[in-house]
Ligand binder design. Structure first.
Ligand code: ADP
Ligand code: MG
Length: 682
């Protein structure tokens, strides 16, 4: 039940004001097909946007289900837009690079509906508009009428109570217009459809009610609600049903309501605002690949990356909340040994980068940025966390039933890790030994793109900092973000000695082989379509650097490339050769100089390490996010067990190089020089 009471809308326009709506009072039935007619500029779109919560009214009130929206918080508006209203626009607003099915699914993908259910509902909505055979097409391969039908499917996939259409046939010829009108008429049987149109014939022929507007006011209404039915939606429903005289139909309606309620249970949290959720490619940021790319770029390009991550994470917290509530896994609560408050850094910077100078607008003026940026960095301090005591505290609370904190029931898994990277190598198809990691490749692509070398030394020092004496201030946590993008993922172990946490087993299906059972066993993680991106394929040794280079060059030069569909059998994948090289084995003692050298610097050294020192890892299985999982916690492409971590730590600790360093903590075993006070890292 929807009602506008004395709605006015003013737009400021320079010194004057445009009175777009001058006091609209209008009530709608729960199910009817209303056409809004009127000349261009009379306020039709403005009214529709206000009804749909896309725009705020200046005066008056919009009553939704008997409740005034004057006190609506933005969360209420989000919920209303996401679950109660569907929109159809004249120009379709479809995402060109996504398939028809994906275009419809996107309306559900941000509301925490499991993937399988999303797909089912999207297909159902597409069937309702007669497009069930076209779901794989891209919008560009369709006619205007078909695209508008996709848009209608997207609008109804949430099963909203209200569908708003702004000149949906404005760009269509009369034959396809008829098809679209038939569909709108059909969906108006059990919901309110409000359509703005320029076409009086279509309005006469299809709608049940015509409202004419002129100059921000209602001029006529062919079927206004009578006094007693206003504000009494339930009664209205009952009357309609009684008129029908069909008990069966009524039961259906009741059942439908019940179903709706059930469905909304897991959607109760509004996700993103309408504008955000449809800002086209944003969805890409939520894919695993998008997130990985973001975090690794943040590491590579520094402050710009942080700003991006910060903006994204701030703009989308409600989405993250929703997902987190479901799984508590994709965005775990992470405590690190060192802590930098990036939020404060960004706020400081954003605040200070605002204009301070008062001046005329008669020329171009300078705004301080560099000075403020550096200043903002200076406000950041790094804090040490007492993780030892905290771990003790957590362990105590976690194992006790009646301590009042509720921690025991609240956590679904706890993982302790050292900030340690394992070094894994593989041979690519040319026989070259390559580090099996996506970071190096991403970095070299960035370097190529920006035409300069992006240094990797800072990141390396930060990621190995736990083993040595520390990071380099504010920057270190920024660069460790890069290491979060590593394709090698330690898998959470279960309580009571289980090698793999049940949480992970629940989120993934084993599509081939089995879970690892020993330290030298690993699994390959593919996405829901059994795909792995090309950068990762390179890091897995399945593509050569040359092949990747060709693609990057083509992209930079904006030339087309031929993508051939390549595939690898499950057996081939499980036969892949990975070897871990212990960091300590990389350092060999040189009698002549009395110093240690890192063999990883040369291909010969790498070959030696790989052949002589490498510890074989075996891929025992291939896993894929299960269809029911709302989110999957592993962000990389290879999962290893905590057994491997323990193995590496233990063996490193017993190595000659580490012992030599421990015996003489003040002298760097690589240079023979004393450590300087500020850069104490390996
Ligand atoms: P219609 O959809 O009936 O063609 P609109 O609702 O788009 O008309 O516009 C009604 C009036 O409000 C017009 O005079 C238009 O110029 C003005 N208007 C609409 N949107 C804005 C805006 N964002 N800022 C200023 N004026 C606007
Ligand atoms: Mg308009």
């Amino acid at each position: 039940m929807l009602e506008l009471r004395g709605i006015k809308k003013d737009y400021p326009a320079g010194d004057s004001t445009v009175h777009a709506l001058k006091g609209i009072t209008l009530a709608f039935r729960d199910s009817e097909f209303v056409s809004i007619l009127g000349p261009s500029g009379c306020g039709k779109t403005t009214m529709l946007n206000i009804i749909g919560g896309l725009d705020k009214y200046t005066e008056g009130d919009l009553i939704i289900n008997g409740r005034s929206t004057k006190e609506y918080k933005s969360r209420d508006w989000d919920a209303y837009r996401n679950y109660s209203v569907g929109f159809v626009f004249q120009n379709y607003n479809l995402i060109p690079h996504q398939s028809v099915l994906q275009n419809v699914e996107i309306a559900l993908s941000l509301s925490g509906v499991p993937k399988k259910e999303r797909r089912r509902r999207a297909k159902q909505a597409l069937a309702a508009v007669g497009l069930e055979t076209q779901i794989k097409k891209k919008p560009g391969e369709m006619s205007g009428g078909q695209m508008q039908r996709v848009a209608i499917a997207r609008a109804i996939v949430n099963d909203p109570d209200i569908v708003l259409a702004d000149e949906p046939t404005g760009a269509l010829d009369s034959e396809t217009s008829t098809q679209v009108m038939d569909i709108l008429k059909d969906i108006s049987k059990d919901r309110l459809v409000v359509m703005v149109t320029h076409n009086p014939e279509l309005a006469e022929k299809y709608s049940t009610r015509i409202v004419r507007m002129l100059d921000g006011e209602i001029k006529s209404d062919s079927a206004p609600l009578t006094g007693e039915s206003v504000g009494d939606a339930a009664k209205d429903d009952a009357c309609a049903d009684a008129e029908m005289g069909r008990a069966g139909k009524r039961k259906n309606k009741k059942e439908k309501k019940k179903e709706k309620k059930k469905k909304r249970n897991y959607e109760k949290r509004p996700s993103m605002s309408f504008a955000t959720s449809f800002s086209l490619s944003l969805k890409n940021l939520f894919t695993k690949k998008g997130r990985t790319a973001l975090t690794s770029f943040a590491g590579s390009i520094g402050i710009i990356g942080i700003a991006l991550v910060y903006a994204v994470s701030n703009g989308t917290t409600s989405y993250i909340d929703a997902v987190q509530e479901d799984t508590l896994s994709s965005y775990p609560l992470t405590l690190e040994s060192k802590h930098v408050d990036i939020g404060t850094l960004m706020t400081t910077f954003m605040d200070s980068a605002q204009s301070k100078g008062e001046h005329e607008l008669d020329a171009v003026y300078q705004k301080q940025a560099i000075y403020d940026l550096v200043n903002a960095l200076g406000t950041v301090s790094e804090k040490e966390n007492d993780l030892k005591s905290f771990k003790k505290y957590i362990e105590e609370k976690r194992n006790s039933d009646a301590d009042g904190t509720g921690l025991k029931d609240a956590v679904s898994g706890i993982q302790y890790t050292y900030d340690m990277d394992i070094s894994v190598y593989t041979k690519d198809t040319d026989g070259t030994v390559v580090e099996s990691d996506t970071r190096e490749m991403t970095r070299s692509i960035m370097a190529k793109y920006f035409g300069r070398n992006v240094s990797s030394s800072e990141e390396d020092s930060a990621s190995s900092s736990a083993a040595s004496s520390g990071g380099s201030g504010a920057m270190s946590s920024m660069f460790t973000m890069g290491s979060a993008a590593s394709m090698w993922n330690e898998m959470l172990k279960g309580d009571d000695g289980k090698i793999i946490s049940p949480l992970i087993e629940k989120q993934y299906d084993v599509i081939y082989g089995r879970w690892p059972a020993s330290y030298n066993e690993i699994v390959l993680i593919v996405d829901e379509n059994n795909e792995i991106d090309d950068i990762t394929l390179y890091a897995l040794g399945l593509k050569t650097e040359e092949e990747i280079d060709k693609i990057v060059d083509a992209a930079i030069n904006k030339e087309p490339v031929d993508f051939e569909m390549q595939s690898w059998s499950f057996e081939d994948i499980c036969g892949m050769d990975f070897r871990v090289v212990l960091n300590s084995d990389c350092c060999v003692y040189d009698e002549a100089s009395g110093l240690y050298t890192d063999l990883r610097g040369t291909q010969t050294g790498l070959k030696y390490l790989y052949d002589e020192k490498g510890i074989d890892l075996k891929v025992t299985g291939i896993i894929r996010p299960s269809e029911d999982a709302v989110s999957a916690m592993l962000t990389g492409s290879i999962g290893y067990t905590t057994l491997l971590t323990d193995y590496v730590i233990e063996n490193c600790a017993n190595s000659d190089a580490v012992k030599a360093q421990e015996n003489d903590p003040s002298t760097d075993i690589f240079t023979g020089l004393p450590f300087s006070a500020t850069t104490g890292s390996l």
